[in-house]
Write a protein that binds this ligand. Structure first.
Ligand code: SAH
Ligand code: MG
Length: 211
């Protein structure tokens, strides 16, 4: 990956360590090369992981759609562990990461290859029809939003394509349960096969029907 983009991702606010971001980038390159379709990310935030995936989309002349309502997850709200007061709109007091995302894509030169879809993930997944070469789930980590992301988006991964899940922690001492449960469910469904683990990132390949 272009070292200038790796540096930009490193300097962008968010939750994607460099080695995991590079693994995500490689997964994006591999998946998009299958020709199965574009890439989708759930959980844009300020565009940190979108730099890694967007640069993979660009290399293949494809597109990354990145979905977020830009109002922050439960854990990003005031008083929670992952709150950043600089991301609050002073006019309304609500979280708003959309302008930060736009600045990141502009600085990365990726505006042509990364399309922001601003809205509730489950609303978008219900209307989505295009088969995808890769889906990256990194949205709300609570039980409800995480399962809605899996059930709403995993069916859109084309056979041969990849499902990536972030923040998978087998040991409860290291983090919340839902992403780990999604990963277990994906394997148990028989629709996905284990490919790779890098930090808390898990990669699975779609191998069959059902999710
Ligand atoms: N991938 C990002 C981090 C994402 S943080 C990075 O690399 O830094 C999780 C994001 O998911 C937040 O921006 C939050 O607004 C979004 N989100 C949470 N629940 C959502 C939902 N139900 N629909 C759309 N976006 C959601
Ligand atoms: Mg994450």
């Amino acid at each position: 990956m272009d070292p200038a983009l790796v540096a930009l991702a490193g300097a962008t606010r968010g939750f994607m360590p460099e080695h995991e971001g590079l693994a995500l980038h490689r997964a994006g390159l591999e998946a998009v090369a299958t020709g199965a379709g574009p890439l989708v990310e759930i959980g844009t935030y300020c565009g940190k992981s979108a730099v890694y995936l967007g640069s993979a989309a660009r290399a293949a002349g494809s597109v990354l759609f990145t979905v977020d309502h830009h109002r922050g997850s439960e854990e990003n709200q005031s008083g929670w562990e992952h709150h950043d007061p600089e991301l609050v709109d002073p006019l309304t007091g609500r979280m708003d990461t959309l302008a930060h995302f736009r600045r990141t894509m502009e600085a990365a030169g990726l505006e042509e290859w990364v399309v922001a879809v601003v809205g509730e993930s489950s609303t978008v997944s219900v209307h989505w029809r295009t088969p995808l070469s890769l889906v990256f789930i990194d949205g709300g980590h609570g039980r409800e939003p995480a399962w809605a992301d899996y059930l709403g988006w995993a069916p859109h991964v084309a056979v041969g394509g990849l499902l990536a899940i972030h923040d998978v922690f087998p040991d409860p001492a290291n983090g919340g349960r839902p992403p780990y449960e999604l990963w277990r469910r994906a394997l148990a469904s028989g629709a996905f096969a284990d490919v790779e683990a890098c930090g808390s990132l898990r990669l699975l390949r779609r191998v069959g029907p059902g999710v």
